[in-house]
Design a binder for this molecule. Structure first.
Ligand code: UDP
Ligand code: MN
Length: 244
């Protein structure tokens, strides 16, 4: 039987939330043996989101994982960190030591071949992510089938200068590291998470034709705050146009 992919999606309430999750759901519906962990940046699980998620027919767990209020005002804020931490805790608490963990944000774009590439991850697999910062790509450099370096437009002293969507982790491997952690440190989440699972560069499994295929993109939806509109007056104006 295929190993289960635990696909962890941080999400948060805003007007783009439902369309983002809908688009992602219709990608994930093509993927067998996947459990979708949807962690919402909100105090409580809201029933509307729960109903939406149930309707897709994907095996899922919906959790509420609010960003601690002291981080809300910080710039940059640790986006999606409380969510991923909640998912890591959930995996630990359910003693899930079989399968593969992947962090898949709600606004990225996923080629279906990504899922077959990551499913057989033994420790940690890595692959390029498209549309990252200035270089428009971030990913491992591979020589003779081994990862030897990283290409990234913002290395910033990181041992693992990779994007959150650029790696997958085997849960049996991760469970050997009880101190696995993702700290609230914007920009350094991937690096510190990977440091917490004792990885050596020669152990990394390059995927996607030795990291030459791009199978995931860091797309970002143009966002807009909901303006305050007087719905009632627009309705009355519209109706008055119909005439008597
Ligand atoms: N996110 C969140 N709370 C926030 C902002 C973002 O949970 O206040 C989630 C968001 O839904 C996404 C992830 O965290 O899955 C990363 O955020 P975003 O896509 O805005 O950041 P990017 O890396 O694209 O700049
Ligand atoms: Mn994003």
């Amino acid at each position: 039987q295929l190993p289960i992919i635990y696909f962890v999606t941080p999400t948060y309430p805003r007007r783009e939330q439902i369309p983002e999750l809908t688009r992602l759901a219709y990608t994930l519906l093509h993927v067998p043996r996947l459990h979708w962990l949807v962690a919402n940046d909100q105090e409580k699980c809201d029933t509307f989101l729960d109903t939406l998620l149930s309707g897709f027919g994907i095996p899922f767990t919906h959790m509420a994982s609010p960003m601690p209020s002291k981080f809300r005002k910080s710039k940059p804020a640790p986006r999606g960190v409380a969510n991923r931490r909640a998912a890591l805790l959930w995996l630990q608490q359910h003693n899930l030591t079989n399968g593969v963990l992947y962090f898949g944000d709600d606004d990225n774009t996923y080629d279906l071949r990504l899922f077959s590439e990551i499913r057989q991850t033994q420790r940690v697999s890595m692959f390029p992510v498209g549309l990252i910062a200035d270089y428009a790509v971030s990913g491992p450099v591979v020589r003779d089938g081994k990862v030897v370096a990283f290409l990234d437009s913002w290395v910033a002293g990181r041992r693992w200068p990779v994007d959150m969507a650029g790696f997958a982790v085997n849960l049996a491997y991760m469970s050997q590291y009880p101190n696995v952690n993702m700290p609230y440190k914007p920009g350094y989440e991937e690096d510190l998470f990977l440091r917490s699972i004792g990885l050596r560069i020669d152990q990394i499994e390059p995927r996607g034709n030795n990291c030459t295929d791009i199978l995931v993109w860091h797309t970002q939806t143009k966002s807009k705050k909901s303006p305050v509109v007087n719905v009632e007056s627009k309705y009355l104006d519209g109706r008055s146009n119909l005439g008597p």
